[in-house]
Ligand binder design. Structure first.
Ligand code: NCD
Length: 307
């Protein structure tokens, strides 16, 4: 099973991943996927997604192959397609790919049989981030229907926002969008943070995606923080049980005040922890839905058919 866009999955499939990940969070025994090898191809910088995928692989007994675009034949002009075909030819069981091109997977699907797990495609999709966000919300509230969330910041350039906006609507959440005019896009109603802050269950902040802006941000960092940032004053106005989320990396003093990052409402580090459980569930479901092709067990030194 590929996982390129969350919109390809039904609500039942999404809930299946969340339930499995929540089981791991609660200490449920882990499946043994030793003998499997997964390649991690990151063509854009990453800390959380790359290393939590790698941690998930190690916890399940999977051997990770970590690829570096800087020291690979990409430097000789090799295309993404030929790079992916190479990893398939040398026998990987799945590939985790992050790439700056939106929907980079369009010309891979149908030609690559190993599952592709999308670790982010430009400003398009980030399915595992959204799943870990949903797991965090589910653990907190035990439901999605009727929850009020404000997604705040650089919506136009954020794959996290785009993925969450689609799936949260399907899950029956009430979504509010807040962004400076330069980061708005058609199709949403734009509101002021101060008008919604007191009624939201969740405030999800987004990083300003400087690397995706052609001409920088119009607002200064201070102006952004005053109008769109999670300040201590705004945090104090939130509902009693409401939580703050951010996919990270966060810019202290821009999207979020230094003192709010680790406040009692913040679930930012919980989101990171949940990233490992979520990616374990995604890896398990993808690898198990594959046809059981022979794979190579290095401890035996002979090919074997996994049972
Ligand atoms: C996000 C990403 O890369 O899209 N980070 C992440 O995966 N945790 C958000 C971001 O970089 O702003």
């Amino acid at each position: 099973m590929h996982l390129t866009k969350l919109s390809d999955l039904s609500v039942e499939q999404i809930m299946g991943i969340i339930e499995e990940a929540n089981g791991y969070a609660n200490g449920q025994p882990l499946p043994d996927l030793s003998g499997k090898v997964v390649a991690n191809l990151f063509f854009e910088p990453s800390t959380r997604t790359q290393y939590s995928f790698e941690m998930a692989q190690l916890r399940l007994g999977i051997k990770p192959l970590t690829f570096s675009a800087e020291t690979s034949s990409v430097q000789k002009g090799e295309t993404l397609y030929d790079t992916v075909k190479t990893f398939e030819a040398i026998g990987v069981d799945a590939l985790v790919i992050r790439h700056p091109d939106k929907e980079y997977f369009g010309n891979l699907l149908g030609k690559i049989s190993a599952p592709i797990l999308n670790g982010g495609d430009g400003s398009g999709n980030h399915p595992t981030q959204s799943l870990l966000d949903l797991l965090t919300i589910y653990q907190e509230f035990g439901r999605f229907e009727g929850l009020k969330i404000a997604i705040v910041g650089d919506v136009a350039h954020s794959r996290v926002a785009h993925t969450n906006l689609e799936v949260m609507k399907r899950l029956g959440m009430e979504i509010h969008t807040v962004a400076p005019a330069e980061f708005q896009e058609p199709g949403y109603q734009w509101e002021n943070l101060d008008d919604v802050i007191e009624s939201m269950d969740i405030i999800m902040l987004l990083r300003v995606q400087h690397e995706r802006h052609a001409n920088g941000m119009e607002l200064t960092k201070d102006e952004y923080h005053q109008l769109y940032g999670m300040t201590i004053q705004r945090e104090a106005r939130m509902k009693k049980e409401a939580i703050i989320m951010h996919p990270a990396p966060f810019n202290r003093g821009v999207e979020i005040a230094d003192d709010v990052v680790e406040c009692s409402r913040s679930r930012i580090f919980k989101q990171m922890e949940n990233g490992v459980y979520t990616r374990m569930a995604v890896l398990n479901q993808s690898l198990n839905s594959m046809e059981k092709a022979p794979s190579f067990d290095s401890t035996l030194g002979t090919p074997f058919i996994p049972v």
